[in-house]
Design a protein around this ligand. Structure first.
Ligand SMILES: *Cc1c(COP(=O)(O)O)cnc(C)c1O
Length: 426
């Protein structure tokens, strides 16, 4: 399947039935799997044979969906997680432990920012937050001997900063550390971070991949390109025997699959944030139309962005797909087919006007979500980023009057008419 074009993988990747098998991906709604002999199951526990024994570690439905996402990203191995939060946590915790350090971009989803500053610090992991527009020299200077990775978003939620992939990848690889990119917003339909040298990709599949607001989920994809064994002192968890797994050394035994195998057999075993097979089934249904929906999300968002830009009650609009946007040129370079369906804007009346405008919308709903078929809005300063100080808000690129608008795939004339009536009736 990985030889086919992206649209074909969306529709038919992952589950490829043999003769007489179900055409549609089956839901393996079973916690456990049966074996004929004790030895056959023992080999699985030793990671000597591959197969299923308990759904907390692996489940076929989940693995078929992970395989589809892996092929869409052009990766080597992938795993699903219960949420995007779990994906970002596992992606980092798989190579960082107490005493280690990581660098994150300040332009991150609020939940990821909290996770990778406050929560991981309680585990003894130190984080440096950098402005994504940091110079190469300053980024290089932020790397310490115990720095294990750099994490950023391809298009940040909600500040819509497009990542300077070349800069982050170059500096990280010079220092012998991997780059982890959360590719939730553009999805592999519009951006393929591995092509720009990124090592590991994470997703909140809750967003465009599911795309219908039915299932919370996450995914980690490994390119298989980062050579952990070149830096055994830096990545002992991958390059020295795992005593909790009969002394297996992941890089020696699994080569390019070392990172995902460790995350599955160690982190998932012990922390257990699995995606339910039922939810994986919904994600797979969503993936079948991802390429079509992304196209419409992007064309609708561009039309809305142009309309807002031309309206004299609107103070500002950010949309990386809009000509003149500060990230327009970079978006053209790294995501030439389009960006995403999310844009942000503020009203001339400031924070109070933005909130009042939202209350007057009818078709466009106020919900804590982005990236599903239905148009929706959210005011980060009052909602998702409520716990942040004004300083942290601005650092994360979130102005107090910012409305995050996730443009759906309805008829764009109806969406614009709703904005028009809300502005008129305020
Ligand atoms: C929503 C989101 C997350 C968190 O994902 P959940 O599935 O809600 O846990 C992480 N990163 C980005 C960019 C997101 O938009």
């Amino acid at each position: 399947m990985s030889d086919f074009k992206l649209e074909t993988i969306c529709v038919q990747g992952g589950w490829t039935p043999k003769t007489g098998e179900p055409r549609v991906l089956p839901i393996y709604q079973s916690t456990t799997f049966k074996y004929d002999t004790s030895d056959a199951m023992g080999a699985l526990f030793d990671l000597e044979a591959s197969g299923y024994f308990y759904t907390r570690l692996q489940n076929p439905t989940n693995d078929f969906v992970a395989k589809k996402i892996c092929d869409l990203e052009g990766g080597y191995a992938a795993m699903l997680t219960s949420s995007g939060q779990a994906a970002n946590f596992y992606a980092v915790f798989n190579i960082c432990e107490a005493g280690d350090h990581l660098i994150i971009s300040s332009a991150l989803y609020g939940g990821t920012f909290n996770l990778l500053t406050t929560t991981v610090s309680k585990m003894g992991i130190e984080t440096t937050v950098v402005d994504p527009e940091i110079s190469e020299e300053d980024l290089r200077a932020a790397i310490k001997p115990n720095t294990k990775c750099i994490l950023a978003e391809s298009i940040s939620n909600p500040s819509l900063a497009v990542l300077d992939f070349d800069k982050f990848v170059k500096v990280a690889h010079e220092a012998g550390i991997p780059v982890i990119v959360d590719n939730t917003f553009p999805t592999p339909v519009n951006c393929r971070p591995f092509e720009y040298g990124v090592d590991i990709i994470t997703h909140s599949t809750t967003k465009y991949m599911d795309g219908h607001a039915t299932a919370v989920g996450g995914c980690i994809v490994d390119s298989g390109n980062f050579d952990w064994s070149k830096y055994p002192d830096k990545f002992p968890g991958l390059c020295t025997p795992d005593e909790s797994y009969h002394g297996i050394t992941y890089t020696e035994k699994f080569g390019k699959a070392a990172y995902i195998t460790k995350a599955t057999s160690q982190l998932m075993r012990d922390l257990g944030s699995i995606q339910s097979p039922q939810n994986a089934f919904y994600v797979n249904l969503g993936l079948e139309t991802l390429h079509l929906r992304m196209e419409r999300h992007c064309s609708n968002a561009l039309a809305v962005a142009k309309w807002l830009k031309a309206n004299d009650k609107i103070a500002w609009v950010n949309y990386p797909g809009l000509e003149g946007d500060q990230y327009y040129e970079r978006a053209k370079k790294y995501m030439p087919k389009g960006t995403c369906g999310v844009l942000t804007f503020g009203l001339k009346g400031g924070r109070a006007a933005s909130v009042s405008f939202m209350d007057h919308l009818k078709l466009v709903a106020i919900v804590t979500h982005v990236a599903d078929t239905r148009s929706c809005v959210l005011h980060p300063a009052s909602h998702t980023h409520r716990q942040m100080t004004d300083e942290q808000l601005l650092e994360a690129g979130v102005q107090p009057d910012l409305i995050r608008f996730s443009v759906g795939i309805e008829n764009v004339d109806d969406i614009i008419a709703d904005l028009e009536q809300a502005l008129a009736s305020m």
